[in-house]
Design a protein around this ligand. Structure first.
Ligand SMILES: [Fe+2]
Ligand SMILES: [Fe+2]
Length: 370
């Protein structure tokens, strides 16, 4: 019939040939020396390499029992002895079509599996790239936030340590209050922005060596609203918290703060937390007009302000975290002024009045820096 054929003398040889050559269809006699046709069929169907090859069992006419057992052994079709050639041709043709179809399905499935593996790998890589990009964007925006905060701070504080410490104190309080990690993180990153509005306060007020008069004080208070305005309208979660913190960090629990005079829980929690952290760090840092208070005095002031200046729950949480707070303070000391900042300071103290940018740019002393 034009087919390429392999012949075997018994079951064992047939099985070996099938496994080695993977034919497209197998004709099996039942009665054979050694392995019977049914046993060979069972073994072929149990082997993943040969299980898709159609098996035709050749039985004697009317041997119903053999046929049932052949079906149980996994046979695909039967031929009756003596074999009539037209029937054999028809059976082979249809089984070869079945086999071609199975082969095609198998190849397609293998191709699909390969594609899925490939795409999964690509997808995983893309997701990794994406989360790396997210991480970078977040780091960069935090970096910008921190630099922006420093820029605002630079005019009246000489190192960035204050905003670092008070942000870490705020983080400790937030976590101990049981806020979720996302909220804790946004408070950590929002806290440095609290005084960003000082950027809009004129030198002669911000840097005034003596006490402010009433009118100057009113302008100074505006740093809260200026800060909120600078940060307003952001799509970023923690900058939004920053806006709240900037606006409300000088509100007091008893309603005597500014700019709105909010009281109690009307004041957003993030601002109530930052208020404690900010005041404590200011008290325990040297300022141009006074030395730092002792830790004992500073904790005392927080305690005395509990329920009047500060949210009692927030202040108590802070006081309970004393050891953690001190560890942060220890780890982030004021590193001393930069040369440039010392220059501005020295000019100010010499002349006893605020120094304008123009004044120190013109200063002879600036040349000593370069
Ligand atoms: Fe402030
Ligand atoms: Fe501050």
């Amino acid at each position: 019939m034009g087919y390429e054929t392999l012949e075997a003398q018994d079951g064992k040889e047939g099985l070996r040939l099938a496994q080695e050559r993977l034919p497209d269809v197998i004709l099996l006699d039942v009665m054979m020396p050694g392995l019977t046709g049914l046993e060979v069929c069972q073994k072929l169907k149990a082997d993943p390499r040969t299980q898709d090859i159609p098996v035709v069992i050749v039985t004697a006419l009317g041997d119903v029992e053999d046929r049932v057992r052949a079906l149980e052994a996994g046979a695909d079709d039967f031929l009756t002895k003596p074999v009539a050639l037209p029937e054999l041709r028809a059976r082979l043709q249809s089984l070869l079509e079945v086999k071609a179809h199975r082969d095609h399905l198998k190849r397609h499935q293998e191709w699909l599996e390969r594609e899925v593996r490939k795409k999964t790998k690509e997808l995983r890589k893309a997701l990794e790239d994406l989360s790396e990009a997210h991480r970078k964007i977040k780091l960069l925006s935090l970096e910008v936030i921190f630099r922006l905060s420093r820029a605002a701070e630079y005019r009246d504080e000489h190192t960035g340590a204050h905003i670092q410490r008070m942000a870490r104190y705020s983080e400790v309080i937030a976590r101990r209050l049981g806020l979720n990690e996302e909220a804790v993180e946004s408070i950590l990153y929002a806290a440095p922005l609290h005084d960003i509005g000082k950027i809009g306060i004129p030198d002669e007020i911000l840097l005034k060596p003596g006490p402010l008069n009433e009118q100057e004080w009113e302008i100074m208070k505006k740093h809260t609203e200026i800060g909120a305005e600078i940060l307003h309208g952001t799509p970023s979660g923690f900058v939004r918290v920053g806006e709240t913190v900037a606006l409300y960090h000088h509100e007091r629990w008893d309603g005597t703060g500014y700019p709105r005079g909010l009281r109690g829980n009307q004041i957003p929690l993030a601002a109530r937390i930052v208020a404690v952290a900010d005041v404590f760090d200011a008290l325990t840092s040297d300022r141009p007009y006074r030395k730092a208070l002792s830790l004992k005095e500073a904790f005392q002031i927080i305690e005395e302000g509990t329920g009047s200046h500060f949210d009692p729950r927030v202040a108590r949480t802070f006081l309970e975290a004393k050891e953690e707070i001190l560890a942060i303070k220890e780890a982030l000391p004021d590193t001393g002024s930069s040369k440039l900042y010392q220059l501005i300071r020295s000019l100010r103290s010499e002349e006893g009045r605020p120094v304008s940018v123009a004044a120190w740019i013109k200063s002879e002393k600036l040349k000593t820096l370069t």
